[in-house]
Structure formats: structure tokens, C-alpha cells
Design a binder for this molecule. Structure first.
Ligand code: 5GP
Length: 194
């Protein structure tokens, strides 16, 4: 997606060599809703013809992208996996574990209420970044626990120098990334795969 690549080049802040990319000006802190709407429409274009009953993401940064994607998919409901067990979730949950990429690789639980994920549903996964693939693996696990089906995964920015994309595709999951980064450092800037 051309506009996304241009914005990454213009506004992205690189931390370390092949580590973290910060895109706080339009995606991860301040949000450009017109741009996010275009992102949602692009995911619709890429997954057009696929039946999508539900969009599933993980809090917090995936939520806005998932909402605009769901809107583009005829208002499919959006479900976001929560990261901590809180009191305001009633009844049974599907639970999985994710290793945090940005927070010292510490593992944490993610869960969704069984009320909102059902057998047979076709679920499109959405996230802002794909790095080692742990977040997506956790979401895939939740979908499988529910007896539902993964349609594919829509990723805004894939750091292709990390193994997540390969790992998830090797499971047979279709991954569509709007920008794939081959490498990045403060010296070279961001280099895209294509
Ligand atoms: P993974 O589980 O694939 O290793 O990491 C994906 C998750 O980590 C995403 O949900 C995203 O929030 C976060 N993440 C990974 N790499 C980056 C990055 O370079 N920048 C930002 N802002 N978040 C990242």
C-alpha cells in the first residue's frame, strides 16, 4: 500500500537495528482515521470474496484497524482479545498465552469470552504489526479452541526480517501485509521487500 509506505518513510521512527519501528503519528498513538479507513478498505479488497463473520484482534493497537476493516466488511462484529483477566468478564473464556515482543518478551495471557466466538464462524485476524508471530499464534489458538475457522490475517506492517510471517504462513494461514519491511536501521532507514 503506497500511502502506508510513504508514511512509514516520512514519519516512522526506528529504534535500534531491526528492532522496533514507531509509527505513533498515525497508527499507534495518534490515529489518522481517514488513513485507517483506507487501510480497512484495502483489507476488504485483498480478502474480497472471502466470507467474514467476525474480525478478531488483540488490544490495544489492533482495535482501530480492526474496526475500520469490519466496517469495510459490511459491519462484521469486531472482537478484541483482552490482555489481562478482569472482573468485568462474565462466564467462560478461551485463553491463550502470548510472548510480548515490545515488553521484554514477557509472556502474558490473552482471552476472549466464549459468548462472542462460536463454532463454525469464519474469522479474519487483524493486527498492526507482525514480528515473531506470537500474537497471531495466540489469536489462531483462540479461534481453534472455539471450533471456528481462520479466514486469514491482515497485517498493517510486517517486519519480514523476523520469523513471524514465515511461521504463520507455514501453518497454512493466508497473511496479507500492507507493507513488508526487509530491514531497518537509523543509518539505512526503512528498506521494503517490494
Ligand atoms: P509478535 O507477536 O508478532 O512478535 O509481535 C506483534 C505484536 O507486537 C503486535 O501486536 C505489536 O503490537 C507489537 N510489535 C511488534 N513489533 C513492533 C514494532 O516494531 N513496533 C510497534 N509499534 N509494535 C510492534
Amino acid at each position: 500500500m503506497k500511502e502506508l509506505k510513504e508514511r512509514i518513510l516520512r514519519e516512522g521512527k526506528i529504534r535500534g537495528h531491526n528492532e522496533v519501528l514507531k509509527v505513533d503519528s498515525f497508527l499507534n498513538h495518534q490515529m489518522d482515521v481517514a488513513f485507517l479507513q483506507a487501510v480497512g478498505q484495502e483489507f476488504r479488497r485483498r480478502f474480497d470474496g472471502c466470507q467474514v463473520d467476525r474480525v478478531l484482534t488483540i488490544e490495544a493497537s489492533g482495535i482501530a484497524v480492526a474496526a475500520f476493516t469490519a466496517q469495510a466488511f459490511d459491519q462484521a462484529p469486531v472482537l478484541f482479545a483482552k490482555k489481562h483477566k478482569t472482573k468485568n468478564i462474565a462466564g467462560d473464556v478461551f485463553l491463550s498465552q502470548v510472548e510480548s515482543f515490545t515488553q521484554d518478551k514477557r509472556p502474558y495471557n490473552i482471552f476472549v469470552s466464549k459468548e462472542f466466538l462460536h463454532p463454525g464462524e469464519r474469522v479474519l485476524l487483524i493486527d498492526d504489526f507482525l514480528a515473531n508471530g506470537s500474537a497471531l499464534e495466540g489469536l489462531i489458538d483462540l479461534v481453534h479452541q472455539a471450533g471456528a475457522q481462520v479466514v486469514g490475517a491482515g497485517i498493517v506492517i510486517e517486519k519480514a526480517f523476523q520469523p513471524g510471517g514465515e511461521r504463520i504462513r507455514a501453518k497454512g494461514v493466508r497473511v496479507e501485509s500492507l507493507a513488508r519491511i526487509a530491514s531497518m536501521s537509523e543509518e539505512t532507514g526503512v528498506v521494503f521487500c517490494d
